[in-house]
Write a protein that binds this ligand. Sequence first.
Ligand code: SF4
Length: 327
Amino acid sequence: MDQRLTPAALRKLRHALLAWYDENRRELPWRRDAGAYRVWVSEIMLQQTRVAAVVDHYARFLKKFPTVQILAAAREASVLAVWSGLGYYHRARRLHQAAKLVARQRRGIFPRTAEEWRELPGIGRYTAAAIASIAFGEAVAVVDGNVERVLDRMFAAAEGKEAAWQRVEALLDRERPGDFNQAMMELGATVCTPRAPQCPLCPLHTWCVSREANPARPQAARKRKQLIYGLARRNGSVLLVQRPANASLMAGMWELPILPDAQHNGAEPMAKLRHAITDTDYDVAVFTVAPARFHSSAANARWFARRQWQRLPLTGLARKILRRLPA
Ligand code: SF4
């Protein structure tokens, strides 16, 4: 372990990472309910597949096979049909085989530890640790490509995967291992990205040896823009719009409708906030607007009750805004 990481520094690092995760994590459907079956299905789908591609398939899969017993009783062809489009079909076959083992040999009782999970088909070291930590709170760390990159940069050492497993095991927050693991992976996926790490936004900045190698973008003339959103409410629901599937950023995610500049008529915003995306700082204002304004809403706009939008893949900014609404 790095000499600078004293026990006190480790506590601070874990706290900073988890606080960042609590504030910035993407609301993904499998994060709503950390039941073993749901986490397991999500982890298998996420192997070698982008989050955005998994979101839809995940919902369809759980609708068709809501429990491990129903999955176990299904024909393989039905499982593959629902998996269709996700690719790597051996994952679906092994998931199906494993479901049969859990439903029949284990009488529907899921393994609890990473070691036990590894006995099932299709479950390797990473997947076993991810499920055991997220669904059962077992204090085991995970290393995927994202975590390995974060650690390589933090410690300026590309020592391979085994060294990464040892390093992250030492960093792991044993009170919240599932969240810690997801936070490390999320950080690699959204901040410490392969080509353009956003060091100034990184909660591990203080402890990272490479932070200077990725010069802070603030000095590199960050852009500043204004964003104005309309918040329309009707019978407890809010109007949201889905970003195009081919958008370069946050494709397919849901957000509040953008309000043309001139349309708030000098009214006071119901909320103001700051939001940073890559090299731009946004000054965000949200105005309450009458539902009738969206009468001719496009096909990509829909009304969602709270319990529905809470399960949607929202943009981080939309989530920030909606969280401010009174329950
Ligand atoms: S400070 Fe930069 S290089 Fe270091 S972990 Fe964070 S994003 Fe990655």
